[in-house]
Design a protein around this ligand. Structure first.
Ligand code: HEC
Length: 484
């Protein structure tokens, strides 16, 4: 069982008085409660989707039921949930009467669905978009992908894409190689584990080093465990060769409890260092424990050595690669090329997704402080509030959650007014966002693309050497160019 499901269980026993704050009786509207509490998994139009932990979520309108389709069975599903499958129990948030209203709402929506009046629209393969500063044309650049995670440009016409399930493909002039790259390390791909970031060294043209982050399967006391590891190597033909491990925690630190939140992003500072993220692995207190690698942003040299001026390098009890701590699941990490400032984008709990200006030695607070709450709408177990002395505040947080993932600053010339803006990909919200940030302040924010179906979940976004913006949807990479 995943620790995240333990959180759901804990929430089920939370005292009712604490839960009332987010109760439907405050909004009075069951459709709003659905939109705020259920839509991120079951979809805005109730057609199903995937959970944050990558579990399949059933449609609530197709009249096919895993657990019985009579009113009582549906009410029971909502009340008790299926925590082992990430469906939270709602008994701490909803009364029996509220649940009855929800069943009625589901019936009404089923009726609309049968009449064809409730259908999520997949974004077209090509379309034009209007935004505050630029209009764009979106076209598919590379199709036929399965959960692409990261895209690296290796030259003007050459790129490489990773897929979560452990494959990477070379791309030449917008054409994907027929076969995956050979010789990649073995990757754990269960739940949120997988092959994550791929980033070329800033001097790639000279040295050919390419860096991969992935969940590394190991055995600890006879039990399978995995944790984020970084290797670098070079491309020869269709193979990944000359591999070296750049970052790996001792195997006795790999969590036996399993769990989600691997992090898995890499960013170079252009001064011989690279930053990497590791999530808390579903155990919040990891993020406050300087003795473990989980829940941290780390800094190492590009060959894996530990910089002597790291903030905790001289603290015998701390892991010497730690740069900052108190992070939950940073799946975005981006250096502003103009200022050298480092930002992380974190999957928070519900309502607590964050952008942080990452500074050395600072504590970003998770799980002690958070702007979010637990999935069933109950307070985050163990959290003390939204602020505390000695803990950093985010640049911004998203309420409701958008499930942000990859982020990059735009530095190209095709969209001159977007220069220096942070683009953020979002999974659950199926959005591409543009953020204008000055230091630790958010100046402006805009949704550039908004999808509805799972095919439009966005995992990453990056500017290409041609100045176009490349967006990684669930099944394809799209390319944005300026339009009239
Ligand atoms: C974090 C993700 C998540 C959220 C939030 C969530 N669900 Fe679910 N739900 C699931 C998953 C996953 C299943 C399927 C469980 C299984 O496979 O047994 C499910 C199953 C169900 C079922 C049973 C469906 C069947 O086919 O029998 C109902 C009814 C349901 N959810 C209603 C709701 C309602 C109402 C809400 C909001 C109050 C909600 N869910 C919120 C993930 C979620």
């Amino acid at each position: 069982m995943r620790p995240s499901s333990l959180l759901y269980l804990a929430a089920a026993f939370a005292p009712l008085s604490l839960a009332v704050a987010q109760n439907i009786r405050n909004t009075g509207k069951i459709n709003e409660f659905y939109a705020q509490n259920c839509a991120n998994c079951h979809g805005p139009k109730l057609e199903g989707g995937v959970t944050p932990g990558n579990q399949k979520v059933p449609s609530l309108v197709d009249d096919e039921w895993l657990h019985g389709g009579d009113d009582d069975s549906i009410a029971k599903s909502i009340k008790n949930g299926y925590p082992e499958k990430e469906m939270p129990p709602w008994s701490a948030t909803l009364t029996d009467k509220d649940i009855r209203s929800m069943v009625i709402y589901l019936r009404e929506q089923q009726f609309l669905f049968k009449q064809g009046k409730l259908k999520s629209e997949k974004l077209p393969d090509s379309f034009a978009g209007k935004t505050q500063l630029h209009n764009f044309q979106l076209n598919t650049w590379v199709g036929d992908l399965i959960e692409p995670w990261s895209l690296a440009f290796l030259g003007p016409d050459k790129a490489l894409v990773t897929e979560k399930l452990g494959y990477a493909y070379l791309i030449d002039k917008g054409k994907r190689a027929p076969r995956p790259l050979l010789g990649l390390p073995t990757v754990d791909t269960g739940g949120q584990a997988g092959l994550f970031d791929v980033v070329p060294h800033p001097d790639y043209a000279k040295n050919g080093w390419l860096y991969f982050a992935f969940s590394d399967p190991q055995t600890r006391d006879g039990q399978p465990v995995s944790l984020t590891r970084i290797v670098r190597g070079k491309i020869k033909g269709n193979a990944f060769v000359e591999q070296q491990t750049i970052f790996q925690a001792p195997v006795d630190m790999y969590p036996k409890a399993g769990g989600p939140h691997f992090g898995g992003r890499i960013a170079f500072d252009g001064k011989g260092h690279l930053f990497l993220t590791i999530g808390d692995r579903g155990t919040g207190p990891n993020a406050q424990n300087l003795g473990v690698v989980m829940g941290k942003v780390h800094r190492i040299k590009d060959d894996g050595q530990i910089p002597a001026d790291n903030p905790f390098a001289k603290d015998a009890k701390a892991f010497p690669t730690i740069w900052s701590y108190g992070h939950r699941n940073p799946q975005g990490l981006a250096l502003n090329p103009a200022t050298g400032e480092l930002y992380d984008v974190e999957h928070g709990p519900r309502g607590g997704d964050e952008v942080n200006l990452v500074l050395p030695g600072r504590n970003y607070g998770w799980p002690v402080i958070t702007w979010g709450m637990d999935y069933p709408g109950t307070p985050m177990p163990g959290s003390e509030g939204t602020a505390k002395e000695g803990m950093e505040q985010p640049v911004t947080y998203w309420l409701p959650s958008i499930a942000p993932c990859g982020a990059n600053f735009y530095a190209g010339d095709l969209f001159p007014k977007w220069k220096g803006h942070l683009f953020v990909a979002a999974l659950a919200a199926k959005e591409l966002r543009r953020l204008e940030i000055k230091g630790d302040k958010l100046v402006n924010q805009e949704v550039i693309i908004k999808g509805e179906t799972d095919a439009n979940r966005i995992r990453d976004v990056i500017g290409g050497p041609d100045g176009a913006l490349y967006v990684l949807f669930r099944e394809r990479i799209a390319r944005l160019t300026p339009a009239e």
